[in-house]
Design a protein around this ligand. Structure first.
Ligand code: PLP
Length: 609
């Protein structure tokens, strides 16, 4: 547990060295050092660290594997990919995606009007844009505008109604008609928590009857030459490669049939997204059953097989995997604000001149504890504490004695667990669970890990330092929202152990990993906590650069964003200070500027931690 299963989930992106978690890249800075550099500038609260090299790594990986598979299978079509913007629309992510993707002609996928505008303004020259999701006439017109601007854009129709609207717009407008794709409704569904996108009862796609109808509508409107793509998407975080292969067989045959029906311009098959990322921190087993190499070679092989059998030219392959590209790049770093049983620190012991004999005995046990005797002494200590608590109830010892006894026993258990860390027994495990500690983190789970709150999706969590020490405290994490759901509780089947830290003397930082997909715009402002301050770290051979992207929204901004009038609030505060009889005339200005400082900061806690 000392390495927090880094070897399972981190894909070699991070390594532990000298007790520190470091980036496994170029100058290999530690995350602690980066965190401290940022905090040296006065930044407090949670920090979102972005590592664009990890986006590049995933893009390179995706293209390399598919290009290999194409070569090995003597496949005649090409490989193309688009990044689905819904996964992460933040500027630094789109920048990393388009910059790293330029040499591959990596494109963007949009699922709403706002995303389409973003795609139109940010896509690399000549790279494809695909548009999925429900569309009205306006959104379809946006597609015509994009096509007329020279974009390589494909509108994927999710239903016949949309196709009819496209045909109408094409008739009445003089703008260029974009490429048209058809999303097919497959009878083979996906698997896993996000499988709702596939299957006969799926939210999207045309049935075979509708596909035939679509082809005749297009023919009638003289637009069959615009039908270039067949599309399907069976769901996110695919655990099993079986369903995607079945879906591919089905969609591949639909593609071949349509070609044989005269859809001559058809040339692309878009297999959607769904490539999985490892979030598993508690099992030695991978949570999905394929590698990217197997995935790409299965896709290429199957398509070649289907097309060869039907005598149809090999189509270009498109993928829209988003989670796979974006999840690893972002790490949330949160300071721990408090350990709730800090009171059990040894330095809180206050012995008297003369202590009750049982307390003296506990003291001796504690001092003499070693690896050989600790189980025996531990049993004695557990016995003594029972007796001491009874003595307290009967009025024979006072509150100070009881406090000393509790601290001593707590520390005897802790030290024994430490001494026996490599030889645990059931008894020790149970004792450990009793020593469970609540760590208060300066963050909001609703804002930064909404999928934990909403779907029970766990993310790898580990401290950034002290990794040379075995963590012994079973930990539950509490966030600073006033909501009991803002908690990652200790689970025996998925235990998180953290270090015993005296926060009066040092800081303790936790990292939450693989949070770069979906979490950011899904995150909500519960309690009016905002998106955390965000930093992009470019690592090079000599060191690294931190660019400070944006500090999280300040307090007055979050209030105005939900509809309050900025000057009304400021004027009210101002006049209340002016009229206050509790604030002296001379302090009024200082009080006002103090208030203004607070309003211009984010709402996370700003204690030394
Ligand atoms: C969400 C979505 C994707 C991305 O899925 P990932 O699991 O993130 O790869 C791709 N295509 C479509 C149509 C989607 O709706």
């Amino acid at each position: 547990m000392k390495n927090y299963a880094l070897d399972v989930w981190s894909n070699n992106n991070f390594i532990i060295d000298s007790g520190l978690l470091k980036l496994n890249y170029k100058s290999m800075p530690s995350l602690l050092e980066i965190t401290q550099k940022i905090r040296d500038q006065g930044i407090r609260g949670p920090m979102l660290l972005r590592f664009p090299h990890l986006i590049k790594k995933q893009i390179d990986n995706l293209y390399r594997n598919f290009q290999n598979a194409i070569e090995i299978n003597n496949y005649k079509g090409g490989f193309n990919a688009v990044f689905p913007l819904k996964v992460n629309q933040y500027p630094q992510v789109v920048k990393a995606v388009t910059e790293s993707g330029q040499k591959y002609n990596y494109g963007l996928e949009a699922g709403s009007k706002a995303e389409l505008i973003l795609a139109m303004s940010k896509v690399n020259e000549g790279a494809p844009i695909t548009v999925n999701g429900f569309k009205d006439e306006e959104m379809i017109t946006l597609g015509f505008i994009a096509a007329s601007m020279g974009k390589d854009i494909t509108l994927t129709v999710e239903g016949l109604g949309e196709l009819e609207t496209i045909i109408e717009v094409a008739k009445k407008s003089s703008l260029k008609t974009p490429n048209i794709g058809i999303r097919v409704r497959l009878h083979s569904a996906g698997s896993g928590a996000w499988a709702k996108s596939g299957g006969m009862d799926a939210k999207f796609g045309l049935t075979s009857t509708e596909i035939l109808e679509a082809v005749s509508l297009l023919k009638e409107a003289d637009l069959l030459e615009n039908l270039t793509m067949i599309h399907f998407h069976i769901g996110s975080q695919m655990a099993d490669i079986g369903p995607i292969k079945r879906a591919l067989r089905e969609a591949g045959n639909i593609y071949a049939e349509l070609k044989m029906l005269g859809a001559n311009a058809l040339k692309n098959i878009n297999i959607g997204g769904g490539l999985a990322i490892e979030y598993e921190q508690h099992s030695r087993q991978k949570s999905y059953n394929y590698s990217l190499e197997e995935f790409s070679s299965s896709v290429v092989f199957l398509l070649a097989d289907i097309m060869n059998a039907k005598g149809v030219e090999h189509p270009n392959i498109f993928t829209e995997s988003g989670r796979f590209i974006a999840a690893p790049h972002a790490v949330l770093v949160t300071p721990v604000l408090e350990l709730f049983s800090q009171d059990y620190q040894e330095r809180h012991l206050k012995f008297k001149e003369k202590n009750p004999p049982l307390i003296e005995e506990l003291r001796e046990l504690y001092e003499a504890l070693n690896q050989k005797n600790c189980i025996e002494y531990l049993h004695d200590a557990l016995d003594h504490i029972e007796s001491l608590l009874t003595l307290f109830d009967l009025g024979y010892i006072d509150l100070q004695d009881r406090s000393n006894a509790e601290i001593l026993v707590h520390n005897i258990i802790k030290k024994s667990l430490y001494l026996k860390r490599d030889y645990t027994t059931t008894e020790l495990v149970q004792l450990q669970a009793r020593l469970q500690e609540r760590y208060l983190i300066n963050a909001s789970i609703f804002q930064s890990l909404p999928d934990y709150w909403g779907l029970g999706q766990s993310f790898p969590i580990m401290p950034l330092h002290h990794l040379e020490l075995t963590p012994l405290r079973p930990a539950s994490l509490w966030d600073i929202t006033c909501d009991s759901d803002g908690e990652i509780g200790f689970k025996e089947e998925k235990p998180l152990y953290l270090h015993d830290i005296d926060l009066d003397f040092e800081d303790y930082f936790l990292g939450f990993f693989n949070i770069g997909a979906y979490q950011e715009t899904l995150g909500m402002s519960h309690n009016l906590f905002t998106h955390p301050s965000e930093f992009t770290i470019e690592v090079n051979e000599e060191g690294y650069n931190i660019s400070y992207e944006n500090e999280s929204k300040n307090i007055i901004d979050i209030l105005t964003s939900i509809g309050y009038n900025r000057s009304e609030i400021l004027n009210k505060l101002k006049s209340d200070i002016a009229n206050s009889t509790f604030i002296g005339k001379k302090e009024k200005n200082a009080t006002l500027s103090l208030l203004e400082t607070y309003l211009s900061q984010n709402g996370y806690l700003r204690t030394t931690n």
